[in-house]
Design a binder for this molecule. Structure first.
Ligand code: SF4
Ligand code: FES
Length: 252
């Protein structure tokens, strides 16, 4: 080891654009502190590449604190890497050892085409959310205070849990069928559990599921890998709730 940090070999997916075939390329980074985040390690690599006159590796990120859902790396064959309940930006280099070889790929799913290197197009998720539409808000001037509508603690907690989905897409990337049902289940559930979400409930679930199918996501076969890799611990119960909501809507 040179200095006090780790020396690592990175095998990274490089792809110039949507029409490029892409390939894995090996890089070396040295003296990486165990206290760095994974993305800080990627920053070190990119500074090195820029200094050498090479093109830096494109990867998505924004908040770097587990909120925005932008970071999306498939690390050593796992969405968001080897830790649990965290996003890639919350992954620390202490999870790795000096001398390790780390494989870094983009999310792989037909509905998430690669834009460049490790950046994929996840606008399919946005179109699904848009298909879900809005919730009705009374703007008559006689609006009832939201806090005056009784909601059971159980339902409020479950709705809040569902609402923690950050739309990162790890569930899709992990699923052998590239299913988006954990994501859609969470988005349907966060409203289906609340009185405010009832007015458009039937249309919402019908439209979101139809858009999900249109985007080319696969079906759920109850493997449960999505739940394991989800950084926000979104439960498979949300998929069951989405299916119940869809059945209810089809009977209306
Ligand atoms: S369900 Fe989990 S893995 Fe899927 S998009 Fe939401 S936060 Fe990400
Ligand atoms: S960069 Fe925002 S969740 Fe990782």
């Amino acid at each position: 080891m040179s200095g006090k940090g780790m020396n690592l070999t990175l095998k990274i997916w490089r792809q110039k654009g949507a029409n490029d075939k892409g390939r894995m390329v090996d890089y070396k980074v040295n003296d990486i502190s165990e206290h760095m985040s994974f993305l800080e390690m990627m920053d070190v690599l990119n500074e090195q590449l820029i200094a050498e006159g090479e093109e830096p590796v494109a990867f998505d990120h924004d908040c770097r604190e587990g909120i925005c859902g932008m970071c999306s790396l498939y690390i050593n064959g796992e969405a968001h890497g080897p830790d649990r309940g965290i996003t890639t930006c919350q992954l620390h280099m202490r999870m790795f050892n000096d001398g390790d070889t780390i494989t870094i790929e983009p999310w792989r799913a037909a509905a998430f085409p690669v834009i460049k290197d490790l950046v994929v197009d996840r606008t399919a998720f946005e179109r699904i959310q848009q298909a879900g539409g809005f919730i009705s808000v009374n703007t008559s001037g006689n609006t009832q205070d939201a806090n005056a509508i009784p909601i059971s603690k159980h339902d409020a907690d479950e709705a809040m849990d569902a609402a923690t989905c950050i739309g990162c897409g790890a569930c899709v990337a992990t699923c052998k069928n590239s299913s988006a049902m954990l994501f859609v289940g969470a988005k349907v559930s966060q409203y289906a559990l609340l009185p405010q979400g009832q007015v458009e409930a039937a249309d919402r679930v019908r439209n979101m599921v139809a858009q999900m199918d249109l985007e080319g996501f696969g079906n759920c076969t109850n493997t449960g890998a999505c739940e394991v890799e989800c950084p926000k611990g979104i439960s498979l119960d949300n998929i069951a709730r989405m299916n119940r909501e869809l059945l209810k809507a089809s009977l209306k």
